[in-house]
Design a protein around this ligand. Structure first.
Ligand code: FES
Length: 315
């Protein structure tokens, strides 16, 4: 039973991912959602930059929990003015109020997606808005004394949330939206000479580097961004993972400003000395590497311990 169900879901999600029918509407909606995110403090809050993880998954707990509890009470039953019915109506109202921050944080995350991820996210959002409409109708019906109608509408909303929750799970677990893109990447823990991006064979020398200019190199196949900073008498060689933890933007194509590298894709800002994320939408800091020059050749090695997920790394 498991395999056919799995195959059916795979086919359904593939249809959503490959259909460009609603792309124009989805792109217009994403552009609209992205506009307020030009304001950096708002972008940081909605992305969850300060907390180190995307905020949306935490924000959905309040409406989902409220509505799920209302469903339990509906199943337990009671007349219009019974304690169960009154509590269920209040829980549905609480869900409607707390759905607002959940929707805002989700729209923020979604605005940075493209292609198949944007399509699935759009279906997820449309389904959620329909569910919100059903719960709003349920609350209104209950207020007017139509408890049975209210229960049916809430049941429809709960069923729809099951579908949209599955789509949200697909985005996170199958498509990796919100996942640190360097989570499975690792650089060597021994000092390793780095190779240039050009012919893929030449060792990079410190003399090849231009002051304050981020440069792409490879250490055992892992893309690393190195940058030479400082004054004439005190130069410092720094290295970060080149792949932006947010959505994988190439940091060496970003700009180096005031000790920070700005991602060229969505303008997350990372301090090059320690990889710390200072401005979102990224929520995870960049992995850092120790860097030095030996006999002119640039070498790097991983800093810190290997995380448990990195024991079978992807290069
Ligand atoms: S890829 Fe989005 S900020 Fe770097």
């Amino acid at each position: 039973m498991t395999a056919p169900a799995n195959r059916l879901l795979d086919r359904l999600i593939a249809r959503v991912e490959n259909s460009d029918r609603f792309d124009r509407i989805a792109d217009a909606a994403a552009d609209l959602a992205a506009k307020p995110l030009a304001f950096r403090p708002l972008r940081n809050v909605l992305s969850g930059t300060a907390g180190g993880h995307p905020l949306h998954p935490a924000m959905v707990l309040a409406p989902m929990g409220s509505w799920l509890a209302a469903s339990y009470l509906d199943v337990l039953g009671g007349k219009t003015d019974s304690a169960n019915s009154v509590a269920a109506q209040r829980l549905i109202a609480a869900g409607l109020v707390t759905a607002a921050p959940a929707a805002l944080t989700g729209a923020s995350d979604w605005s940075y997606t493209t292609g198949a991820e944007r399509r699935v996210g759009f279906a997820h959002a449309v389904g959620n808005w329909l569910a919100i409409g059903l719960y709003a109708g349920s609350w209104s019906a209950r207020r007017q004394g139509h408890l049975t109608t209210g229960k049916y509408l809430a049941a429809g909303g709960a069923a729809l949330l099951g579908v949209t929750g599955w789509l949200g799970g697909h985005l996170a677990y199958a498509r990796g939206v919100g996942v640190d893109t360097t989570a499975f990447q690792v650089a060597p823990d021994e000092w390793t000479e780095v190779i240039g991006a050009g012919d893929g064979n030449s060792v990079v020398n410190i003399a090849d580097l231009v002051l304050d200019q981020p440069t792409l190199v490879h250490a055992d196949g892992v893309p690393v961004m190195v940058v030479l900073i400082g004054g004439a008498d005190e130069r410092q060689l720094l290295a970060l993972a080149d792949r932006c933890t947010h959505r994988g933007g190439p940091l060496h194509e970003g700009s180096y400003e005031d000790g920070c590298i700005v991602c060229p894709w969505h303008e997350s800002r990372f301090r090059v000395s320690d990889g710390q994320v200072l401005t979102g939408p990224a929520t995870r800091s960049q992995p850092t590497y120790e860097a030095r020059a030996r006999y002119g050749a640039v070498q790097v090695r991983r800093t810190g311990e290997t995380g448990s997920l990195r024991t079978n790394p992807v290069h």
